[in-house]
Design a binder for this molecule. Structure first.
Ligand code: NAP
Length: 323
C-alpha cells in the first residue's frame, strides 16, 4: 500500500509503503531525490571549474555483477551531468596495468573521482590498489587516510553504502541518539564504517560477525539493526526487536538451485524466479522480519540505489575540493 505522508516530521511528503506492520523505507525514491540535488550541485561546480567533473571507474575482468554495477554508476553519473569514464582491463593482464592506470588518473587534472570496482580478480592486491588512489580523489572512501578521518569523526569521503544507510534512516527520522544499534557484518566497506557513522550519531553500537555468540539475542536488543553479511534471508523475526528499524544491505543472487528453503515461500521471490529464473534477496527475510519491525528496507529498492546516489555526491565533492 502506498500513500503520501510526512508523519515522521522529515519535512518531505514521502510515499510511505506499509507492509503488515512495518513502514517500508523507499531507497529508490530517496535516491532519485538526492540525484536531483546532485544534478544542481554538479551544474554549479561545472560552472565554477569551467569543466565537467569526471568520475573514472576501473573495471578488471568480466564478472557480470561488477559489469552491471559499473554500467549503472557511469550511466547515473552522466544523468546528473557528470562525466563517467570506464577503463576496462582484461582479467589476465598484469596487475601493474591497473596500478599504472590509477597512477595516471591520480595525476590527470581532468579526473576528479577514482573508483576501482571490487572484488578484483585473483592475482590483484586490493589493499595495495586502494592505497595507491589519491585520497583527494578516493570517492569510495576506502583509502586509509579517509578511513582514519571517518573514524575521527571528521569525514572527507564517507563510503557510499554506509552513507546511504544513514541517509535512509535520517529521511525516515529513525531516532539514533542514545539508541542501541547492532551492525551485523564487520567488513571494511560496510559494517565498520556503518558502525563508525552510528557511533558519531550517538547510538550505542555493537558490531557482530561470524564469531559472535547468541547472535539472534544480541540483534534482538537493537533499536536499529543493520544487516550486511551476504547470507540470504538470514535475519528472521527472531532477530528483530518489536518496533526496531531494520536496514538490509545484503544483495544475494538467488536461483532455484541455491534458494534457502524458508525464502522459497516468499511471493515476491517466487514471482521473480518464475519470470526470470533468478531473484535478488537481502540478508533479511523481509516478510518474516516485517512482522516485528517498525521500519524496514526492501531488496531491491532499499540501500542499493542510495549507494550510487552517494557516489555521485562524493564525485561532486571531490571536484569542489580540487577547485
Ligand atoms: P563481506 O566482506 O563478505 O563481510 C561479511 C561479514 O559478515 C563479515 O564480517 C562476516 O564475519 C560476517 N558474517 C558472514 N556470515 C555470518 C554469519 N553467519 N553470522 C554472522 N556474521 C556473519 O561482505 P560485505 O562486502 O560487507 O557485503 C555484505 C553484503 O552486503 C553482501 O550481500 C553484499 O553483496 C552487500 N553489499 C551491498 C551493497 C549495496 O550497495 N547495497 C554494497 C556493498 C555490499 P567475519 O568477519 O567473522 O568473517
Amino acid at each position: 500500500m502506498a500513500g503520501q505522508s510526512d508523519r515522521y516530521g522529515t519535512g518531505y511528503a514521502l510515499p510511505v509503503m506499509q507492509s503488515t506492520a512495518a513502514i517500508v523505507m523507499d531507497g529508490a525514491l530517496l535516491a532519485r531525490e538526492l540525484r536531483e540535488k546532485t544534478r544542481e550541485s554538479a551544474a554549479r561546480v561545472t560552472k565554477a571549474l569551467g569543466k565537467t567533473p569526471c568520475l573514472k571507474v576501473f573495471l578488471v575482468g568480466d564478472d557480470p555483477a561488477s559489469q552491471a554495477y559499473v554500467g549503472s554508476k557511469t550511466r547515473a553519473a552522466e544523468e546528473v551531468g557528470l562525466q563517467g569514464e570506464t577503463l576496462r582491463i582484461p582479467a589476465d593482464e598484469s596487475p601493474d596495468r591497473l596500478l599504472d592506470g590509477v597512477s595516471r588518473a591520480n595525476n590527470d587534472p581532468a579526473v576528479d573521482g577514482i573508483l576501482v570496482q571490487l572484488p578484483l580478480p585473483p592475482g590483484h592486491d586490493a589493499t595495495r590498489v586502494l592505497d595507491s588512489i589519491d585520497p583527494l580523489k578516493d570517492v569510495d572512501g576506502f583509502h586509509p587516510e579517509n578511513v582514519g578521518l571517518l573514524h575521527q569523526g571528521r569525514p572527507r569521503f564517507v563510503p557510499c553504502t554506509p552513507a546511504g544507510v544513514l541517509a535512509l534512516l535520517d529521511r525516515y527520522a529513525v531516532p539514533l541518539a542514545g539508541r542501541r544499534a547492532v551492525v551485523l557484518g564487520r567488513s571494511d566497506i560496510v559494517g565498520k564504517p556503518v558502525a563508525a557513522l552510528l557511533t558519531a550519531r550517538d547510538a550505542t553500537v555493537t558490531l557482530c560477525h561470524s564469531k559472535t555468540r547468541d547472535l539472534a539475542a544480541v540483534c534482538r536488543g537493537a533499536d536499529v539493526l543493520i544487516a550486511a553479511i551476504g547470507r540470504p534471508g538470514f535475519v528472521t523475526r527472531e532477530f528483530v526487536k518489536e518496533g526496531a528499524a531494520v536496514v538490509d544491505v545484503g544483495i544475494n543472487r538467488l536461483t532455484p538451485e541455491n534458494i534457502p528453503q524458508h525464502l522459497a515461500q516468499s511471493p515476491r521471490i517466487r514471482a521473480a524466479l518464475e519470470l526470470k529464473g533468478r531473484a535478488l534477496a537481502g540478508d533479511v527475510d523481509f516478510d518474516d522480519a516485517a512482522k516485528a519491525a517498525r521500519w524496514i528496507t526492501p531488496v531491491p529498492g532499499g540501500v542499493g540505489p542510495l549507494t550510487v546516489a552517494m557516489l555521485l555526491e562524493n564525485t561532486v565533492k571531490a571536484a569542489s575540493l580540487h577547485a
